[in-house]
Design a protein around this ligand. Structure first.
Ligand SMILES: [Zn+2]
Length: 309
């Protein structure tokens, strides 16, 4: 086992998704494969039908049937095959370069994983990453791995795939604008969910009303997300020199910025009597402080923040 092992590759993708690197290979031509193409790619790297079947968690007879398909293989199956073959091709390139398997990685990844909680996977990934940074074998493996053409997108369930596509788009935006997308999506999805329940409960509720609510929610979410992104964009570097205290200051600034983005127009346009009273503003300030401290503690904690965010 090594970096070429599908489990490790899939793990790396699950924890640190980098869809931007795959986006270029969402390639219709590449996915229009026939049975003959599977055989050719499999044999080019000296993989037996049994080996490939094992990697696919399929019976060799099933793979044999797929390899006999004359026309174009259905897209979802082609994705699975393309992904598994691409990983095997990388592994073959590493072997061809004569680089041995790293005993440390083999030890770490062969350990049984009784609970596959995101935390334990994340911890394993961190261990692997820390080890690979200093291990000469791992570095050579990684160099060959990275010299390969970009991996195709992993075969994910449709909803996850849609989200990772959106994330790929979001990654092209400047960092401080990305939360706008997530804010819009989050609010929109939440409202869509509520609209669906509402429609289910009251047959009379208009579809157009529900649709409008979703659009408004997406707009509000994008607006709040933008306020969040812009304040953290400026607050993060300004407070980073204060270390852990700076994390809390960033959290407070982001909470205040996002809160004011909603409260200030509401007060200016007199949308809510809440903002006409000192009590209203006092409650808002208390809320901002509490939320800001939680954000500083959980979200803006320095070691967890990805570089360049
Ligand atoms: Zn190593």
């Amino acid at each position: 086992m090594g970096y070429g092992h599908p489990a490790v590759a899939a793990l790396a993708c699950a924890i640190a998704p980098r869809p931007a690197a795959w986006a270029g290979s969402f390639d219709a031509e590449r996915l229009s494969m026939t049975g003959r193409d599977i055989v050719q790619r499999r044999e080019a790297i000296g993989l037996s039908r049994e080996d490939l079947a094992t990697r696919l968690h399929e019976h060799p007879d099933q793979l044999h049937a797929w390899e006999g398909i004359q026309g174009t293989i259905p897209r979802s199956l082609a994705r699975r095959l393309d992904w598994t073959l691409a990983l095997a091709e990388r592994e073959a390139a590493i072997q061809a370069a004569g680089i041995p398997t790293c005993p440390v990685v083999a030890g770490l990844t062969s350990r049984p994983q009784p609970e596959r909680s995101p935390e334990s996977l994340k911890a394993l990934y961190a261990q692997l990453e820390a080890h690979a940074a200093t291990c000469p074998i791992c570095r050579r493996r990684q160099a060959v791995w990275e010299a390969q053409p970009p991996l195709p997108p992993p075969p994910l369930p449709p909803l996850v795939a849609a989200l990772s596509q959106i994330q790929a788009q979001a990654e092209r935006l400047p960092a401080y604008l990305r939360p706008a997308i997530w804010g819009g999506l989050g609010f929109g999805a939440l409202t869509l969910f509520r609209a669906a329940i509402l429609l289910g409960v009251s047959q009379g509720a208009g579809l157009s009303q529900a649709g409008l609510a979703v659009v408004v929610a997406i707009g509000l979410g994008a607006y709040g997300g933008t306020a969040w992104g812009v304040t953290s964009h400026f607050a993060r570097p300004a407070f980073s020199r204060y270390g852990r205290v700076g994390d809390y200051l960033t959290g407070l600034a982001v909470a205040a910025g996002t809160g004011l983005a909603f409260a200030a127009p509401a007060a200016a346009l007199d949308l809510d009597p809440f903002f006409r009273t000192a009590l209203g503003w006092g409650l808002l300030a208390i809320g901002v402080v509490l939320i800001g401290l939680v954000l500083g503690h959980r979200v803006f904690r320095s070691p967890v923040a990805p570089p360049g965010a």
